[in-house]
Design a protein around this ligand. Sequence first.
Ligand SMILES: Cc1ncc(CN)c(N)n1
Length: 247
Amino acid sequence: MDGKSKPGVPYDVMTDTWVKKHRLIYIGATRHPFILSIRDGTVDLSAFKRWLGQDYIFVRAFVPFVASVLIKAYKKGDESSGDMEVILSGLGSLNDEIAWFKQEASKWGVDLSQVAPEKPTQDYCRFLEELMRPEVDYTVAMAAFWAIEAVYQESFAHCLEEGSKTSTELQEACQRWGNDGFGRYCSSLRNIADRQLEKVASGSVPLVKVSEDAVSKAEVTFLRVLEYEVDFWNMSCGTDGHSAPKP
Ligand SMILES: Cc1ncc(CN)c(N)n1
């Protein structure tokens, strides 16, 4: 709890504060025109196929990133926190996700072996590599991990809400990240990130002490994730100026 909170009055955890403070870019990432076009049934299928091929490349790079977070959780040495179990479950679902991408690609006639990473994918994967370095704080890596998963969860859940006109053929893709189980998994990641971010408050004992430096680095990292996600959606739509011409 921060020093200004009153007993019995709910207070914002750090990730709430960030989402409110950076609301515009957060909305930009979770309500992007690409997602809105899936939701209203007008998505350009060549854009969807481009997203599919590029996201397969991203997810392959995301696996070692998540493994690096698992190593950081292990090194923290707090077995009772349950963090490793949450992260391990994430690695398990990434295994299913990779199999799903292969199956979906064959359904849509996308030859994954021929897909080259576009610039936004390359940049995002490079960012993941930077975060994998052992000197990157667990708090910073967890904040990125949560934000990356949360953007997909919020985006695709929006395509399944009442009133959406998502086509039947794309509903399964939306279910992958928009289902309640994935929502609960994102909440677990968020709780870990918030617990790590909890700062020393006057008169209360913090659960975890992290330096101000790690907290501000984590916020910058959160913002960078949102920017990379927006670039990734832009690329999928072909509105980034870098994408290959539509097939
Ligand atoms: C670009 C991106 N961001 C997030 C996710 C969710 N794992 C994803 N598959 N791709």
